[in-house]
Design a protein. Structure first.
Lengths: 385, 291
């Protein structure tokens, strides 16, 4: 078992495609680190560099304190689970799981013992004689896991191992992987584009975008305190509402203009955030669960109209537009935010018993303690650290 | 019941012939195809039938058009060393194919799975060699092989056949290995294999269709070839069956049944190899198409 350290690791493909840009990240021994981000953000490249399947352009990568930039994959003592499992089609499950041990030169009895142990852990004992093509997706995924755990490696590397499974199996397997990782206590780097997987599995989550690390934190801190608009928009389903507004600290309250409407937020935001007294154009972020339906007579409400209603069973997502608003969806960096901006300025998450219909006019409040402020130009949080 | 508002279809008109239903048309099509395949099979198999029947007659029986005899087979083995020639053909074929596989497999693996700067250019140069006809390079090859002193026995022919067959095998293996997921190789490498280990232990076992395809096609080509054997294997004790048959036809005998017996012996191994590997052959030749 070992810790993993990326120190300003960069990977450039060809002459100018910067897949990973100055990535610095520490994964503690036994920690479950999730790398998450949209397609092309460099997460898989980072993992492949860690496995030794890609050369490192610059920076240093160490496992267990030893720099491994020039160490061959077979000498790194890491195990990898691939997206399509990469099981050896001509070998039985038993041989697949024991293959690495055979190459390592373990004795036959030792291989048999370890394979049987791994198979028992993964509920594969009845399938040891089968070939991969005779297994279901979930069973194949477990064989891939078995092939990794049987080696007792210093680190597990997992490249979107659940993306080929159906939704129900994915939920089961993510619990299973998290359980096995906790039992074994091996440092794990898990790549996914699914923020639900990231939130539910990782001890910490590293969010990447365009090859650059945006933020690394515990799932809850990442959700509660996103460092910029990208992280705010990426983490959470549905994502955070991001609305361009003007804020004005004054009268012991912070006044926020949503187009023609103004709401007041508590004064403490001026101490926790960089909000100049002269006022500032910002992007206000509100999680859908922090948009609350209230009476029209209540103070600090925004008048909205229901544009769309999505009933998800346990909750309803209501897409709202300002009735008289000039407020626009956040677009501090038009290119950067195109992927997270939405036509309806607000999405509210409501209980399943709330009766709303398309076209209804609703008054909503922003939960006063849960507003986020981002710089309208850079997208970076205005929260003081 | 037809609605009053529905206009009558053209086929409903009593003046026009009624079109048969789709199922009947499909059945007719299948029978037509089946009949065409029988005709083609008869055309293809008739020469073999003539060869077999003729070889089982004596000269007199052949001229008389009736009778059965093993005489032509007995005479054939007395006229030429048929066993030795079949053995020579087998040695040359096997050794050439072995060299072709030994070169083609790692080359195909490298071109499909390894990234190096000149990969595409080198691959195109090798593959373009497939377009050069044997006759165009025969003389330079003969000069080179003679200079190496290899024109007497098997080695000259083996080298020439290997050189001629390798570009096709490289092409075929490259195409095949491109269909093998990179992750399979990478999983092996992370598990502790090197590239040669991955080729030998992971790729080779799943490359059987490609290996069979190269083997069958090269076997048929080499076994049936006369020119290279004639030029490069000059020791009469090592000449292959095709050269033996040419010598036979050139004057050792004028007996048609005897020539048919020799031709049958010459054709049979290639047919057997083809029949033995045909299920892989189709897979090997169509690989990559369904991707």
């Amino acid at each position: 078992m070992a810790e993993i350290t990326f120190d300003a690791v960069t990977k450039i493909f060809g002459d100018d495609v910067r897949a990973v840009d100055e990535l610095s990240l520490h994964v503690a021994d036994g920690e479950f680190m999730v790398l998450v981000g949209p397609s092309g953000c460099g997460k898989t490249t980072a993992l492949r560099m860690l496995a030794g399947l890609e050369d490192i352009t610059s920076g240093s990568l160490s496992i267990g304190g030893a720099v491994v930039n020039n160490v061959l994959p077979k000498d790194r003592d890491v195990a990898m689970v691939f997206q399509n499992y990469a099981l050896y089609p001509h070998m039985s499950v038993e041989k697949n799981i024991g293959f690495a041990l055979k190459i390592r030169g373990d004795s036959k009895s030792e291989i048999k013992r370890k394979v049987e142990e791994a198979a028992a852990t993964l509920h594969l004992t009845d399938y040891l004689e089968r070939r991969p093509k005779a297994l279901s997706g979930g069973q194949r995924q477990r064989v891939a896991m078995g092939r990794a755990i049987v080696r007792s490696p210093r680190a597990f590397l997992m490249d979107e191992p659940l993306s080929n499974l159906d939704a129900q199996l994915r939920v089961e397997m993510r619990l299973e992987i998290a359980r096995i990782q906790r039992i074994l206590g091996v440092a794990t780097v898990y790549v996914t584009h699914d923020q639900v997987e990231a939130m539910t599995m990782g001890d910490r989550v590293a969010v990447l975008r365009g090859g650059r690390l945006q933020q690394v934190d515990t799932p809850q801190d990442l959700y509660d305190h996103p460092i910029n608009e990208f992280v705010a928009g990426f983490m959470g389903s549905p994502p955070m509402n991001l609305v361009r507004c003007h804020v004005r600290p004054g009268n012991d309250r912070v006044e926020v203009d949503f187009g023609d409407q103004t709401v007041e937020l508590p004064w403490h935001y001026t101490s926790s955030h960089e909000l100049p007294a002269s006022g500032l154009d910002v992007v206000v972020g509100v999680r859908p669960e922090d948009v609350i339906i209230t009476d029209a007579s209540s103070p600090n409400t925004i008048k909205t109209r229901v544009e769309r209603r999505e009933a998800l069973g346990a909750e309803i997502l209501v897409h709202l537009t300002h009735l008289d608003s000039n407020a626009d969806t956040a677009s501090s960096d038009p290119g950067a935010l195109r992927d997270i901006s939405r036509r309806a300025p607000l999405v509210a998450k409501m209980g399943p018993r709330v009766h709303v219909a398309v076209g209804d006019v609703l008054s909503v409040q922003i939960s006063p303690e849960h507003a986020h402020f981002f710089d309208a130009t850079t997208g970076v949080t205005l929260r003081r650290r | 019941m037809t609605s009053l508002l529905t206009p009558p279809r053209a086929s409903d008109s009593p003046d026009e012939p009624t079109r048969p239903p789709r199922a009947t048309r499909s059945k007719l099509g299948r029978w037509a195809l089946f009949f065409a395949m029988i005709v083609i099979a008869v055309i293809m198999l008739y020469p073999f039938w003539v060869m077999i029947v003729t070889s089982l007659k004596s000269e007199a029986q052949f001229l008389a058009g009736q009778g059965f005899s093993w005489l032509s087979w007995k005479n054939l083995s007395a006229t030429i060393p048929i066993g030795q020639e079949v053995l020579s053909s087998t040695i040359v074929c096997s050794a050439s194919i072995l060299v072709i596989l030994l070169v083609g497999l790692p080359a195909g693996f490298a071109f499909s799975k390894l990234r190096f700067r000149t990969s595409t250019a080198v691959f195109l140069v090798i593959v373009s060699a497939m377009m050069v006809p044997l006759q165009a390079i025969l003389m330079p090859e003969f000069v080179n092989v003679t200079k190496l002193g290899l024109t007497g026995g098997y080695w000259g022919a083996i080298l020439v056949y290997a050189a001629l067959g390798t570009p096709f095998s490289v092409f075929l293996f490259t195409t095949y290995f491109r269909g093998v997921p990179d992750e399979l190789i990478e999983a092996g490498i992370v598990d502790g294999l090197g590239y040669f280990g991955a080729l030998w232990r992971l790729v080779l076992p799943i490359a059987v269709p490609a290996i069979a395809t190269v083997t069958v096609l090269q076997f048929i080509q080499i076994w049936d070839d006369l020119l290279v054997g004639l030029l490069f294997i000059q020791n009469t004790s090592e000449r292959p069956i095709t050269v033996g048959l040419a010598v036979l036809a050139a004057g050792r005998t004028t007996s048609i049944p005897e020539l048919m017996a020799g031709s049958l012996i010459s054709a049979l191994p290639a047919m057997l190899v083809y029949l033995g590997f045909q299920r892989y052959l189709v897979k090997g030749l169509t690989m990559g198409i369904d991707r």
